[in-house]
Design a protein around this ligand. Structure first.
Ligand code: G3H
Ligand code: 13P
Ligand code: ZN
Length: 312
């Protein structure tokens, strides 16, 4: 089937109490690892491309890799989504390229500017059947070139969400309830916490409306250990506990963003392989297992966190 937007996916996910995985893609092995897991488990999927990924891989290569995945995985709905679009211009460029979904991220802008620019993106996107995600509240961590320090991280204010969604016409909303980008989400000794009460308040004000969680990697300890055991240095890497994310997926969260866990799986696999096989130098020898590690990670997410196996 051709690329789809997120409307049907989210409707079914909301009603079914599960979430769709939104995985960041940067190269061929990542696209293949994610989509082969989803095809095998019959899980719908969102492949998302950041501005950084577009710069790294080049927009044509990424587009063609995703088109190849659509041909290779005929049984599952795949959406191609722009992650953290900082401007109308980038959103427009992705829509013109054939993306089926875009995020306009105006979360670091003043509220009225966020409303204004998100509305402009919606007006353009909806003409082409493209769905739009926006964000209210700010996550700690790194979003492309925008760095948000811990003390500036803000939970989403439930009093703002109805006004924002009504005025902009966005199709889904990313909220800040304690997740953050990257592999260091909590300080050592700090108890991981997700404000599911804020999520509930938001969905009380927006019944039936799909909510998005960014920064939702669990930073699986097994892979952090594998990296550290094979020459890496990632002490104190900590993520969001999987059972908290599963709870959120049963509530109004329909899209769960994962990038760091894919990076960790791939890096752990490459480090281990090269440490164990110091004489090997054919990239296929270490990128093959790295692709398998991505696939296994995505299968794990589908089964343990998202609950979307068999929902294609
Ligand atoms: O939210 C950010 C994603 O992990 C993408 O990261 O901008 O380094 O590609 P990136
Ligand atoms: P993680 O860094 O937790 O994987 O979050 C990724 C993300 O939110 C992409 O938009
Ligand atoms: Zn994000």
């Amino acid at each position: 089937m051709p690329l789809v937007n997120t409307t049907e996916m989210f409707k079914k996910a909301y009603e079914g109490g599960y979430a769709i995985g939104a995985f960041n893609v940067n190269n061929m092995e990542i696209v293949q690892g994610i989509t082969s897991a989803c095809e095998e488990l019959k899980a719908p999927v969102i492949l998302q491309v950041s501005a950084g990924a577009r710069k790294y891989a080049n927009r044509t290569y990424l587009m063609k890799l995703v088109e190849a995945a659509v041909i290779e995985c005929p049984d599952i709905p795949i959406a191609l989504h722009l992650d953290h679009g900082p401007s109308f211009e980038l959103c427009k460029s992705c829509i013109d390229d054939g993306f089926t979904s875009v995020m306009f991220d105006g979360s670091s802008k003043p509220y009225e500017e966020n409303v204004e620019e998100a509305s402009r993106v919606v007006e353009y996107a909806h003409k082409y059947g493209v769905t739009v995600e926006a964000e209210l509240g700010r996550l700690a961590g790194v979003e492309d070139d925008v760095k948000v320090s811990d003390d500036k991280a803000q939970y989403t204010d439930p009093d703002e969400v109805q006004d924002f969604v009504t005025r902009t016409g966005v199709d889904s909303l990313a909220i800040a309830i304690g997740t953050s980008h990257g592999a260091y989400k909590f300080k050592p000794g700090q108890k991981p916490k997700l404000r599911l009460d804020i999520l509930q308040e938001v969905s009380d004000r927006l019944p039936g409306f799909p909510i998005v969680l960014h920064g939702a990697s669990s930073v699986v300890p097994e892979f952090v250990k594998m990296i550290n055991d094979n020459g890496g240095q990632m002490p104190d890497a900590i993520g969001i506990p999987e059972e908290m994310l599963r709870e959120a997926a049963k509530m109004a969260v329909c899209k769960i963003n994962v990038d760091s866990d894919l990076r960790l799986a791939m890096t752990a696999s490459v480090r281990k392989y090269l440490a164990e096989n110091p004489s090997h130098f054919d990239p296929r020898q270490y990128l093959g297992p790295a692709r398998d590690a991505i696939k296994a990670m995505v299968e794990h997410k589908i089964n343990v966190v998202l609950g979307c196996a068999g929902k294609a």
